[in-house]
Design a protein around this ligand. Sequence first.
Ligand SMILES: N[C@@H](CCC(=O)N[C@@H](CS)C(=O)NCC(=O)O)C(=O)O
Length: 240
Amino acid sequence: MIELHSSPTPNGQKVMIMLEETGLAWKHFDINIRLGEQFTPEYLKMSPNNKIPAIVDTEGPGGGRYSMMESGAILFYLAEKTGKFLPKDARKRYDAMQWLFFQMGHIGPMFGQANHFNNYAKDNIQYAKDRYNNESVRLYRVLDNRLRASPWIGCDEYSIADMAIYPWTKGHKDRGIDKAGYPSFMRWFETMEARPAVQRNNQMATDIRARMTKAAEGKSAINMFDTKDNAERLAAATKA
Ligand SMILES: N[C@@H](CCC(=O)N[C@@H](CS)C(=O)NCC(=O)O)C(=O)O
């Protein structure tokens, strides 16, 4: 059984999609990052960087529980465990890995910072907004170009690269990304949304979010974006 200790953000959803696609037995354990649950000593044992998602495989390598952080590594682990969604052919496998790393190194960080400076930063910093918004639009162009040459992002097979990228691109309309300007991206996006596992993920993400909101009622939220407080929270939770 795979325990997914997470929240349904894009990084959490990519793992949910993979778990649904593979048919592995799994269970979601809510980690409410707005309440600071990523800083508990128990969670930090699974995810020392205090981020979601983390998994525990109750039948890990060699037998027994095995925990992991970092969503890209988790997708790779689940692909190797099941023999699914990472091609056997070496060239295709390396192609898929390049695009998985592209998501981890570019789409996640740039879209994440754009969201931060557009919606959460306490100061209105135009330079930061422009930098990350421009990068985000550029990355949609990279995706559209790639998908003009390839049916799927990684290679000619559906893979963990597609699963990693899809949840991040759900906000494409807000960025003015449409069929006229990005036809190949939109063809892929619609193909992704037609997959039953992706549809199940989207419904679960809505349900889990509602459950977490309800569980948080009456509790005080942390300011997740205060980096000084976060450093202190981590130090307090891990002091020797
Ligand atoms: N590279 C990490 C990024 C994970 C990440 O940034 N998670 C965010 C939510 S999407 C988080 O846990 N934030 C809580 C915090 O910063 O304290 C991964 O892909 O797993």
